[in-house]
Design a protein around this ligand. Structure first.
Ligand SMILES: Cc1cc2nc3c(=O)[nH]c(=O)nc-3n(C[C@H](O)[C@H](O)[C@H](O)COP(=O)(O)O)c2cc1C
Length: 205
């Protein structure tokens, strides 16, 4: 798939459709290069990518995700708890590899042009790299699933991430059987995509 709007609208957060198959030679590099081409505040490029294929590391992370899922589930009751019980929240073990994207606030500093008033601008830059990765993967017929059911210190410790550098996303990546047309959360009746008009304002909020 190469049409930009087609890629944007067919991109899905993938949990259950990973095949675990190999990624064709050169394709992972193309996807990572797309992530690395993202805009960043003051050209700081504050991201790093940790590629994780090691099964034991992924199993350790997966057990942590299971615990954090239970923490979230404990705050739910009634129909909401039942709905959540049916929702898969990760494909850590089924996907081909994981990519952890980190944020280094010291990169390009101390004078990061454009970040003096908005400290979060560095974090926004990392999210743009993640979105580039997600769209490029979709264009290459790969799936991506973002997993955020983790505590940052746990992941930092597991992956030897240096102090001060934050893990922003644990991404599951790899070939998929297909991409769902409707997002999982919508199919399970958790939440639906709101119409654009609900988010649109003119001149003032
Ligand atoms: C910051 C962020 C964190 C997310 N964390 C999770 C997660 O832990 N588990 C999961 O299954 N999906 C996660 N998602 C995926 C969202 O649930 C998904 O993007 C949303 O339901 C819309 O579906 P779509 O991406 O298929 O359009 C995350 C997405 C974002 C942007």
């Amino acid at each position: 798939m190469s049409d930009l709007y087609g890629v944007i609208h067919s991109r899905r957060d993938v949990r259950a459709e990973f095949t675990g198959g190999d990624i064709a030679p050169g394709v992972l590099e193309k996807v990572l290069n797309a992530a690395h081409a993202a805009p960043s505040v003051g050209m700081s490029q504050p991201w790093d990518f940790i590629l994780i294929r090691d099964r034991a590391l992924r199993e350790t992370f997966h057990a942590h995700v299971r615990d954090e899922r239970a923490v979230f589930a404990a705050g739910l009751t009634g129909a909401e708890a039942e709905r959540f019980a049916r929702i898969k929240i990760d494909g850590v073990l089924e996907s081909t590899l994981s990519v952890v994207v980190t944020y280094d606030p010291s990169r390009g500093g101390p004078a990061v042009l454009g970040r003096h008033a908005i400290a979060d601008a560095g974090l926004y830059s990392v999210c743009l790299a993640i979105q580039n990765l997600w769209l490029a993967a979709t264009a290459e017929d790969l799936g991506v699933g973002w997993v955020s059911f983790y505590r940052e210190p746990f992941v930092a410790d597991l992956l030897n991430i240096p102090p001060g550098i934050r893990p922003v996303a644990w991404l599951c990546l790899g070939p998929v059987s297909h991409l769902q047309e409707v997002p999982d959360l919508e199919r399970h009746g958790w939440r639906s995509r709101a119409p654009l008009v609900d988010a649109l304002h003119h001149d003032r909020w």
